[in-house]
Structures are given as C-alpha cells and as structure tokens.
Design a protein around this ligand. Sequence first.
Ligand code: GLC
Ligand code: CA
Length: 584
Amino acid sequence: MRINIFKFIIAIIIIAFAFSSCQSTNQDKTIKADSSENSRSKWWKEAIVYQIYPRSFKDANGDGIGDLKGIISKLDYIKSLGINAVWLNPIYSSPNDDNGYDISDYRNIMKEFGTMQDFDSLISGMHQRGIKLVMDLVVNHSSDEHDWFKQSRSSRANPYRNYYHWWDAERGKPPYRYSLFDINHYAWKYDSPTNAYYLHYFSRKQPDLNWENPKVRQEVFDIMKFWANKGIDGFRLDAFQFVAKDTTFPAFPNGFEKDFVKYYGIGPHLHDYLHEMNNEVLSKYDVMSVAEGAGNSFADAHDLVDSNRKELNMAYAFDGVDIANSKGYSLLHFKEVFTRWDSAFADNGWLSIFLANHDQARMVSRFGNDSPAFREPSSKMLTTFIMTMRGTPYYYNGDELGMSNAGFTKIEDYRDMPTLNEYQHQKNIGGDIQKFMKEIQFSCRDNGRTPFQWDSSTNAGFSTGTPWIKVNPNYKTINAAAEENDVNSCLNYFRKIVKLRKDNPVLVYGKYELLDKTNPNVYAYTRTLAGKKFLVLLNFTSKSSSANTGIDLNKARLLIDNYAESSTGGMLKPYEAMVYDISL
Ligand code: GLC
Ligand code: CA
C-alpha cells in the first residue's frame, strides 16, 4: 500500500496544474501562411503568463504573509517584465491546510490576503497596465470548513449530503482509494456523526465534491460567473482531471496507486461536465481556461482542448516537468518529450510550456545548474527554451531572478502539508528518514515557495515581520534590486526574451522542428512561419558544445544570446543560449 517517496513527489507534481491566459492587442487576426487551427490568433496563445504565489510574493502589513496589497505595490515591477497575464494561486477564504487549495468560501478573500476591495484594486491595477488575470478554481474538493461540508456531514438527510462522496459504514469498509496527501495514504475518512466515510483524494481537510450531483455543478458555474462578472480573464482548473468519479466505487487492482492518474484521471462524465461548463460559463465571457493535468494520453489531452468540442482552451500536461528528478535527467529524453508533445498538437489543440510552478522545486535547481558559476547562464538558457517553444509560456515568479532551491535540511523549516504528512508516515512505518530528507531537500515544493527576493535588506525586502517560511540565504546577492542595475542579469535577460517573443509571432505560432536529434548536449530547433525562420541553440551542459544543424551561421542574424560576449563558429559556451534569424 505504500508508495515510495519518489512516487509521492511525482504524485504531487502530477496533481499540480494550471492554465491561464493572457492578452494581446490582435484579437482575431489570422496569420495567413498557415491555415491550421493553431495558426488562428487568440490572446491566450500570445499570452506570457507570470505565475504569482501570493503567500510568498510581497507582504504589505508585516505579518510575514504575502498579500494582495503587496502584489498591488509591485504592479509596476510586474508590468516592467513585459508579461501580459498573471495566474494567481488561490486567494479565497481558507483555513490554509494546503495554502489556499482548501476553500471555505469561494466568494470571499482569505483574511491574511486582504479584502474584496483590495481584490478590486488589484484587478483594475492590472487591467490599467494591460495585464490579464487568471484565477485558480479549486473545485475537485472544498475545505472541510466550507458550509456545504459542515451541512453535509451533519446528517444523512441533509440537503447537502450529496455534495460530497459518502460511504455508509454499514456497507463495510469502502474499496481502497489512495490519497495523495494523507498520512496513511488512505482517501476515505471515517466520520462518526453519521457513521460514514467521506472521500478525500487530497488531505482530510479537502473532501472531494460530488460532480455527479447537478447541484454541485450549478454551484460551481455560479461561482465562476461571480468572478467572471468581476472582470477576471481566465480560470485555471485545479486538479480537474480528477473530478468525475464512478460513484459505484469499483475495486481497483492492487498497487493501482503507482499509476493512479490512469484510474483517477478523466473519469466517466468529465467531458460532459466540461461541455456544460463551456456552455454555461466559458462561452459567455472572454475568458481563457486551462485544466491542471491532461489525462493519460494524447487522445485525452486533445479531447480536453479540441476547439470543435467546446471544452477548454489549453492543455497543461506534466510529462515535461516530470522529467527531472534528484538523479538528474537526460537531454535526449527532454527533447523527445517536448518534441512528441509539440507534434501531437501541431495542427489542433494548444499547449502550455513550463518548467516550474508552485508544486515544484526551483527550475534552475532541477533543470539547470545552481552552482555559482552556472546559475545565471543555465537559468537564462532555460528561460530561452520556455520563451521560444510553441505553446503558452507559464513562468513562475522568482525564476526571472534565477532564484534557486533553499534546500532546507531540518524538518522544522518545512511548511508543506503533504511533505510533513509524509515525514510522519515514514516515521510511522520505520522508513529511511535520512533518505526522505535528502529527497525533499531537492524536490519539495517549499523550495519554490520561499519569499520573493526583492532586495538585500532584512528578509529580502519581502516582509518586515517574520516570514511564514524562511528566506533563501542567497538573497543578499540574488535579488531584484541588484539585478535591476545589472544589464546582464537574469532579470534583464528575461525582459529581453519576453520582448523578442512578443515582437515575433513566429515564436508563438511558428512550426517547430527538431535538429540534430541525437545530440546529447545541445537542443537545437527551428521555428518557421510565413517566410520567417528562427534557429534556437541551447547548450544544456557545463561544457563547451556544438550542434550539427547543417545551417550556415555566417548568414544568420543573432537576435539574442545569454552571454554578453557571444560565441562564434557554432561552439557554444557552457549553458549558452542563442536565437538566430535565419530567414532567407
Ligand atoms: C493542485 C495544486 C496543488 C494542490 C492540489 C490540491 O495540484 O496545484 O498545489 O496542493 O491541487 O488542491
Ligand atoms: Ca501580510
């Protein structure tokens, strides 16, 4: 019944998800040279989404917790990045068992984060700056402190009883279901007031909503309308691939949890529910939609986002971000996965491109090299990758500074609920705690949640109080203020490459082609659209390396390079990234 730590961490990664959107001025202009569905221009395809983790971004009132006023105070910084959409992690009322992913009131703002008035100022401040706002919608489950659940658990006859999944105890023990966050990995919690078990794929404080009940769906659509009427621009549907369930709860084979997405993902009526959501809400507003997770196959992913089916806009799949683990990863594998996904979506359906989010350790520590010599170039190189692929980039706050893993060594420094539960679980079963600590040091999502490093003052300028999670001690050198003043910083490189993408539709819509496929060190590809052709060369290693592209670089025009002194003759420096215009 127990899964290993690696699987556990992968599980967290799989759950994560997202989507979002963005903006552009060209609403429905068609790029002529290509008639495929994917060449049709949409603001959410041209968007560059910047993900803000509100708890860790900026604390305005000194209580150690980031808040909406903090974000408002940094809107000019956000605008200065050049991005045009923000995906905000949940800011609704919540007892914070899972940092806002356990919602107790979907129409109110979490006390620690501020008020609805703050929210209104935030959205208008964003819109004034041409930035769209994508909100997290967490409706696979609610908090156990939501009024619906309080009612539901109070009596079997309560009208809210069927808002959740219950298994009456006189039927015996329910068929085993695996929980991603529970101390015992067990997803049914016995509740004595009604002598029944309720289902929770995540923590005990996150009971799963019963989507099979039309009233639940109507409640969710009403919540979505409430926020859409406030003017938000999109929804990221948290853990949405899990919402539909076979409520007869058939037994699953032993060990199913090793491959739980196969059993939990894209349940019986998921597409019907999405279609209904599209019909009731999404089609009535100019909002983008993206669900976390894309099922088990390309067919699943396509079905979610095929525009003819009228469900969602974009797929957010985990195959790419899952490649790296504490043992590293192979570039050949990386190329293979991203190329396979690109070709599956070449003509129809649209993808997100990302290497990090709030459920991951830091991008540069997982996919690059966070040693002092290579942190900057490798971080910029990965940024170049994200900004030059087809699909909508989702870029996690702090990565533009090259922020790296904090790598806490003491369990007391961790805050992440599933990690703390798993620690307890390992203790209970006599697991290898040292191994566990090593693993989380590298992969725990708290690595990506340490406070944003604004400057070299106390607490990195994040808070005047005691931050809810420790600041990474490297903030004295890695921080926005220092990088602002350095033309060659990660921050200024990020601004340049964002501009390059925005100025060149070829980077958004252009056909992707992999070159020098078997090269284990360099990722080389072209993007082509309407007579424009760009070549991207990325050295993923700490050694000088070259690519065999067959392209004469003497005739190429260098557009951007992550080194101040560019290489010539095709030999790339460690982690060098170069983008050329090779249009004839
Ligand atoms: C998603 C979120 C993650 C959260 C989980 C449960 O995966 O990205 O942060 O813990 O859902 O809501
Ligand atoms: Ca605060």
